[in-house]
Design a protein around this ligand. Structure first.
Ligand code: NAG
Ligand code: NAG
Ligand code: NAG
Length: 482
């Protein structure tokens, strides 16, 4: 049997040997990769380390904090973990940590299955940056702390107003963690503030940054994080393929105009699931031209504008959207429920929206739960159109709940009607206490309906007498581009 003293000194020796070996292996890794200070460590920060004084990794003081069991941080793992603090980030929410993040990104990008760590309990102020690939596969951006955008409109570089964090040309990449991406948009939402910078420079575009944007990227996953207070759109995927969004929270407060939740453009093979999106200013999910094979499910949306396809075909642009499934959605206190909108100015009608299914949608106090609007227009007086994006194959199944203005509004183009529109099991009642609602509106929409249908006027909504000339004009407009 060892005496107590012997045992504790043995423990101390073991701890010392452990620290020395871990530190030594880290130092050699460091020395190889970067010419960094030896006090730096790539270790994940432990939650109980608070403040900025411990940015050098595990404590080496005389009374060491309890170390994790030996097996829990094997040195070979730490070689692939790149903590932004090790690259000079302050994490105080004030100092500009953009450069540190960029350096950490560059280092992590070169290593297969690397993790770039944004540690918890720190706030990193980051100016608009582009985090660019291609990188080695399986790169993870682990956001456990907070990323903060510049708080003042005037402090944004004028050349970087399109987005804040721009991920470009990356494949096989994941953002995850328990942390927050905070766009600090309140300054942008104040119209007077915009006016005051416009006075300073006439060339400020009428544009507000997106918080997180992916461009030309494949196989990207965003999960678990919170994205809040974006100046405009919170999460955008542009010209990408293979997107997974899972279990994220998006929110901005009631006074935030034009703040979209998730925006998809020219992006295919997308799944958005199990997320909460509450953006007052604009759409929870916005699906724009060039999107196909998009599956949106188990989303809680509202307040906001609901889930939208479009506005498509702005300024005579080509619009092609197909194979969209939106199901098992709960929508509260929004302007629209599920909506397809095409711009009225799209004279000539190029493109199509086809094969869209909205099913199992619960609505609560939604102004207009079901909308097709081919007269979408941001001016007071838009010219009458002579063509439109062709809309066909849209199924509404189990759209159930309450509305505050109108149950259904299908305003299809005069020239090209909507075809194969199915209304199945639609049960919409006015919100309690609301007596000023409008009747269902249906214009130039063809298809079938199937009971139960509440209000019963929905039964007369759709026409079934498609004439030959109408079908031919639809076919012509489909031929164009998609
Ligand atoms: C994307 O994922 C698919 C399916 O897992 C795979 O076949 C494809 O090679 C991946 N593409 C890239 C660029 O990682
Ligand atoms: C419609 O879209 C769904 C979902 O993307 C797809 O599985 C189905 O094959 C499409 N149908 C047609 C006729 O293209
Ligand atoms: C557009 O013009 C047509 C024909 O002149 C007319 O019947 C229709 O009501 C007009 N639509 C709108 C939205 O003004």
């Amino acid at each position: 049997m060892m005496k107590r003293n012997e045992r504790s000194s043995l423990v101390l020796v073991l701890v010392f040997v452990l620290i020395v070996s871990v530190t030594f292996s880290l130092m050699s890794v460091e020395a190889r990769k970067h010419h960094h200070k030896k006090s730096n460590s790539h270790h994940k920060h432990r939650k109980d380390h608070k403040g900025g004084s411990d940015s050098s990794g595990p404590a080496l003081g005389p009374a060491p904090a309890p170390l994790p069991p030996y097996g829990s941080y094997p040195p070979q793992t730490s070689m692939t973990v790149f903590n932004v603090l090790s690259f000079g980030a302050k994490g105080d929410g004030v100092a500009d940590d953009s450069k540190a993040l960029l350096e950490a990104w560059k280092a992590a990008c070169k290593v297969s299955a690397a993790t770039l760590e944004i540690p918890s309990d720190f706030q990193f102020m980051i100016n608009p940056i582009t985090l660019q690939g291609p990188c080695m596969p399986h790169l993870v951006l682990q956001i456990d702390g907070t990323l903060l955008a510049p708080p003042k409109v005037g402090s944004w570089p004028k050349s970087s107003l399109f987005q804040w964090l721009n991920f470009k040309w990356i494949h096989d990449f994941t953002i995850q963690g328990t942390g927050t991406v905070d766009g600090q948009g309140s300054d942008w939402w104040t119209a007077s503030q915009i006016y005051s910078i416009q006075k300073k420079s006439k060339h400020i575009p009428d544009i507000k940054p997106t918080a997180l944007r992916f461009y030309a990227s494949n196989n990207v996953t965003v999960r678990d994080i919170k994205i809040i207070n974006s100046p405009q759109c919170h999460l955008k995927f542009d010209s990408s393929n293979g997107v997974q969004v899972n279990n994220i929270q998006i929110s901005s407060p009631e006074n935030s105009p034009n703040t979209d939740g998730i925006h998809l453009q020219n992006t295919q093979n997308v799944e958005i699931q199990h997320s909460n999106i509450g953006c007052v200013g604009d759409d929870c999910v916005s699906i724009q031209t060039g999107c196909s094979n998009v599956h949106v499910h188990h989303i809680n949306c509202g307040p906001g504008h609901g889930i939208s396809l479009g506005g498509l075909g702005k300024d005579k642009s080509v619009a092609c959207v197909s194979d969209i499934v939106v199901e098992k959605i709960s929508i509260q206190n929004t302007l629209a429920g599920v909506r397809i909108k095409t711009w009225q100015q799209n004279q000539g009608g190029i493109g199509s929206v086809k094969n869209v299914s909205f099913s199992n949608i619960q609505v609560s106090d939604v102004k207009v739960p079901i909308i097709i609007d081919q007269y979408y227009c941001d001016k007071h007086l838009c010219k009458n159109q002579t063509g439109a994006v062709a809309i066909s194959g849209v199924k509404y199944d189990q759209i159930i709940g309450t509305y505050s203005v109108q149950p259904i509004h299908l305003a299809c183009s005069n020239d090209i009607p909507c075809t194969d529109v199915d209304l199945i099991d639609i049960q919409l009642k006015p919100s309690s206490g609301n007596r000023y609602f409008q009747k269902a509106l249906c214009w130039n929409s063809f298809g079938k309906s199937q009971a139960p249908l509440v209000p019963s006027s929905i039964d007369y909504c759709l026409r079934s007498d498609v004439s030959g000339s109408v079908l031919r004009s639809i076919a012509r407009s489909h031929e164009h581009v998609c």
